[in-house]
Design a protein around this ligand. Structure first.
Ligand SMILES: CNc1ncnc2c1ncn2[C@@H]1O[C@H](COP(=O)(O)OP(=O)(O)OP(=O)(O)O)[C@@H](O)[C@H]1O
Length: 169
């Protein structure tokens, strides 16, 4: 099973409310869809280190590992088998300005205006709560064979207000 991360940088606009930094993914799994910066853990890396690295590589923002708030743990099943385990973080503490990379076009989006119709089918179920400050554990079931982004979303279970194990915070 692949272990991945997603990171959602957030900021307050004095007049426009809260915004989240999304990326339009330019290649790989979920190409053409919006998501947070993130990707696969490399050997020897903790999830937090991975989220920091992917956020730097994909959009050029610097985040301190300790400034990441763990918001979710998502399991994606494909045809009954665990395909991806994803650690979700949010943060309001970062430096730099988002820049386009080979992998991603970054875009600040109002939290009330997230383009769920251009995202993974499961995102509208858990991301609104994550952007409101909640914690979530979720399982999402897909069927129809690889790749995951061509499979059909068939079911899910969600639990809100979870606390994460010390090592996983
Ligand atoms: C099934 N529903 C899903 N809903 C929301 N997000 C999902 C997702 N399934 C995968 N993701 C995320 O998409 C990113 C790209 O995955 P990732 O492994 O990086 O794929 P990619 O082919 O781009 O690999 P590279 O690391 O670029 O080589 C990664 O953050 C991963 O957590």
């Amino acid at each position: 099973m692949r272990e991945t991360t997603l990171c959602f940088p957030m900021r307050e606009r004095s007049d426009d409310g809260t915004e989240v930094l999304l990326i339009e993914k330019r290649r790989g799994l979920g190409e053409g869809w919006y998501n947070g910066p993130g990707g696969k853990l490399e050997a020897g890396e903790t999830p937090r280190e991975c989220a920091v690295r992917e956020t730097r590589e994909e959009v050029g923002l610097e985040v301190e590992p300790g400034a990441l708030e763990k918001a979710g743990e998502l399991t994606f099943l494909l045809d009954g088998e665990a395909h991806t385990f994803c650690h979700v973080y949010r943060t309001r503490s970062f430096t730099g300005e988002p820049t386009t990379s080979d992998e991603a076009y970054p875009e600040w989006v109002a939290v009330d205006d997230v383009p769920y119709e251009q995202m993974w089918d499961d995102d509208h179920l858990w991301l609104p709560g994550v952007l409101e400050g909640k914690t979530v554990a979720g399982e999402f079931r897909f069927e129809g064979g690889k790749p995951l982004d061509k499979a059909e979303f068939v079911g899910h279970d969600l639990e809100w207000g979870v606390s994460f194990a010390a090592g996983q915070k």
